[in-house]
Ligand binder design. Structure first.
Ligand SMILES: O=P(O)(O)OC[C@H]1O[C@H](O[C@H]2O[C@H](CO)[C@@H](O)[C@H](O)[C@H]2O)[C@H](O)[C@@H](O)[C@@H]1O
Length: 322
């Protein structure tokens, strides 16, 4: 995997809770104050009102917090103490095995930053052959699903394993097995779950507007993830982030049924429906025949703020950071 550390949190099992405290409100991969330098947002918002300006400032601050460009020694100390509270899952393998006794493990994997390294160009976030083999091996033993912010087709093109289940667009586009324990039966019949289907024309329109609005900002990139959009900041000079965020807001303010969220150097535009990666997990578990079941041990591995939605509905969480 891409990280140096794998942290385990387990809110429901019989683990020593002082060792495995679960924090559903983990703000980003590593929830430490002082791990980033807050840059005050420019006051020169031109096209938006003060409430929107405040929202943008908050989003940008949060984005900086979850995508640190440098680590100070203070941050390093915070990191060490965080690791003490969230021990490495690699050191707790026996405990995980004990927990899984008599249960079907189901594995959920985030893609970017978890299976692939974070890179400047989102089109080049390839996973290694070794990683693909590891995922292929995992799927031989456990139902395995990829749950990504990317559109389903794109994440499939990166992973290229047809034996997995895929949920794209932050869980708003799921290809799941037809209800029942098809994994065990070896059935390959599938069903689509697309709760934001009605938003497709709106998302397509907003995509066009965003491409047009942001084209003057060097490095800005708008990615069409079908049911949601990503505006990438990674290759934009930080002094122009406010301007870019303002451009984004000037488009989205015309669409009250959409909402803005942030990830790693990215602003995401999504339908305002109550559906996220957590709902996708529940849907997949139900499709696999494990709704409200005690004989399943779902494990989710993820690294990003959007993965927290999934963390909240599961018992074992592996958080990746690099
Ligand atoms: O849920 P995920 O599979 O983690 O997808 C979340 C977003 O990941 C991608 O962006 C991130 O990775 C890029 C490639 O390493 C990086 O350049 C970018 O800065 C990161 O935010 C993807 O491009 C987005 O569409 C996903 O929503």
């Amino acid at each position: 995997m891409t990280n140096q550390n794998v942290i385990m949190s387990d809110p429901r099992s019989g683990f020593d809770s002082s060792l495995l405290s679960f924090s559903p409100a983990v703000p980003g991969p590593l929830p430490q104050p002082g791990r980033f330098i807050a840059v005050p947002a420019k006051k020169s918002f031109k096209n938006i009102d003060s409430a929107d300006a405040a929202r943008i400032t908050a989003l940008l601050d949060s984005m900086r917090a979850s995508s640190p460009t440098r680590r100070s020694s203070e941050t390093h100390e915070n990191l060490k103490s965080w690791i003490v509270r969230h021990p490495s899952a690699l050191d707790m393998f026996d405990e995980i095995i004990a927990l899984s006794k008599g249960k079907q493990i189901v594995v959920f994997l985030d893609y970017d930053g978890t299976l692939s390294p974070i890179v400047d160009d989102p089109e080049k976030a390839f996973m290694t052959t070794e990683m693909r083999e590891a995922v292929r091996d995992t799927a031989k033993y456990f139902p395995t699903a990829i749950v990504s912010g990317r559109c389903r087709a794109k994440v499939f093109n990166f992973v290229k394993l047809s034996e997995l289940y895929y949920a794209g667009s932050h869980g708003m586009d799921i290809k799941a097995p037809v209800k029942g324990r098809n994994y065990k039966k070896g059935s390959n019949q599938s069903v689509l779950c697309q709760p934001a289907k009605d938003f497709l024309p709106m998302i397509a329109k907003v995509y066009k507007s965003l491409v047009e609005k942001t084209k003057s900002i060097p490095g800005a990139k708008v990615e069409n993830n079908k049911f949601c959009l990503s505006v990438h900041f990674r290759r934009v000079e930080e002094k122009r982030w406010t301007e870019l965020a303002e451009q984004v807001k000037s488009v989205t303010k015309e669409y009250p049924k959409l909402r803005l969220t942030q990830g790693r150097k990215v602003l995401e535009i999504r339908p305002s429906i109550k559906w996220n990666k957590g709902n996708a997990l529940e849907f997949l578990l139900e499709s696999l025949g494990y709704a409200n079941s005690n004989d399943v041990l779902p494990i989710y591995i993820g690294d990003d703020r959007t993965d927290e939605d999934a963390f909240k509905v599961l018992s074992i969480v592996l958080i990746f950071f690099n």
